[in-house]
Design a protein around this ligand. Structure first.
Ligand code: PMP
Length: 364
């Protein structure tokens, strides 16, 4: 059988091995059912149980309060770039406040602009999106329908250390690339959404956590699928959901709970992992150049580069030969990007750190 390599892809990304193994074992016949999760009706008792179990596992893991619904939707995080303003901004006189901390925040703003007025409260462009704003940099409009942030910019590797205080204005967050990486105070959010294919499951499913009072804001003129209310009222079975994705998200949540011991524990592990790489960058005397400012460094995505394109290419080639794969950085930042999501084992990060040291010794 082909050996698994260390996969540093930004997403779709590495999944926990025990989750893949359980899915493999159950793929042809769910225990006691005799049919695959891929083959059963979304109205069946079995799927209803899978759906509820996944929902409950996430609710317990994140301590989601009763005031919020957890929805499983399709269309990726990008559809949320549109659904959020369709439901919360359409028809509003007041602009929505957006914090622009990188590539994905920019795309969210572009989509919101199709639905209504947008006020960019802060833009990290002057320093090439190498940091998130400090609290003092943010002045929100108290009448804004919502404030939108991207908690972790996957391409630039900058992450909010904690959520900004919006003084009562609903906070909406694209948490696609740091969902479940640490405990999160869901009660502070109006909407928190994440595509699953980084930290929570496969591509094709997004988790959207919505505060109940915001469900009422979507107008009846919205297409049915695009109104959050329809999904909330139908337990995420308004249409045929991504059943296999929901099943896998449930397994990932269970893995985080049973094997890792919860999100506080996961955060400790993620801190250790990211620290290994940031220390290697900082100890390299400028051989490795990190993108993110120290205060804004992400626990999940670590972009770094070398002085020349030739060295970057050599690094990527040799890393691959060592089983350290998919490290190529996004073209807009260049160099390398190590995505070290929850499922990347500490040994994988240690192997990359050791490789970085050896590579410097040989080429520095
Ligand atoms: N937001 C962030 C922070 C992302 O990293 C991504 C995907 N890389 C997206 C949004 C878009 O997700 P999707 O492709 O699922 O629409």
């Amino acid at each position: 059988m082909t050996k698994r390599v260390y996969n540093f892809s930004a997403g779709p990304a590495v999944l926990p091995l025990p989750v893949l193994e359980q899915a493999q074992a159950e793929l042809t016949a769910l225990p006691g059912v005799g049919m695959s999760v891929l083959e059963i009706s979304h109205r069946s008792k079995t799927y209803t149980e899978i759906n509820h179990a996944a929902n409950q596992a996430l609710r317990d893991l994140l301590s989601v309060p009763d005031s919020h619904k957890i929805l499983f939707l399709q269309g990726g995080a990008r559809l949320q770039f549109s659904m959020v303003p369709m439901n919360l901004l359409r028809g509003s006189e007041q602009p929505a406040d957006y914090v622009l901390s990188g590539t994905w925040g920019k795309k969210a703003i572009e989509e919101a602009g199709r639905e209504g007025k947008v006020n960019v409260v802060w833009d990290g462009k002057p320093t090439n999106y190498d940091r998130v704003p400090a609290d003092d940099d943010l002045k929100f409009n108290a009448s804004a329908p919502y404030v939108h942030i991207t908690s972790n910019e996957t391409i630039q590797g900058v992450q909010f250390p904690t959520e900004p205080d919006t003084a009562g204005v609903p906070l909406v967050c694209d948490a696609s690339s740091d969902f479940l990486c640490r405990p999160t105070a869901i009660e502070k959010y109006g909407i928190l959404y994440a595509c699953a294919q980084k930290n929570a499951g496969p591509a094709g499913i997004s988790v959207v956590i919505v505060r109940d009072d915001l469900l009422a804001r979507g107008g009846d003129d919205l297409p049915g699928y695009l109104n959050y209310r329809n999904h909330a009222e139908n337990d995420s079975c308004y249409n045929t959901p991504c059943c296999f994705g929901v099943y896998l998200v449930g397994l990932v949540a269970k893995w985080l709970t049973d094997e890792i011991g919860g999100l506080a524990q996961m955060e400790q592990i993620n801190r250790r992992k990211s620290q290994m790489l940031y220390e290697a960058i900082d100890a390299s005397d400028g051989f490795y150049i990190g993108h993110a400012h120290c205060d804004s460094r992400s626990l999940m995505n670590v972009p770094f580069r070398l002085a020349t394109d030739e060295l970057n290419s050599l690094f990527l080639r040799e890393a691959e030969a060592h089983g350290l794969c998919t490290l190529k950085g996004h073209r807009s930042v260049g160099g390398m990007r190590a995505s070290i999501y929850n499922a990347m084992p500490e040994e994988g990060v240690a192997a990359l750190r050791d490789f970085m040291r050896d590579f410097q010794t040989k080429n520095g």
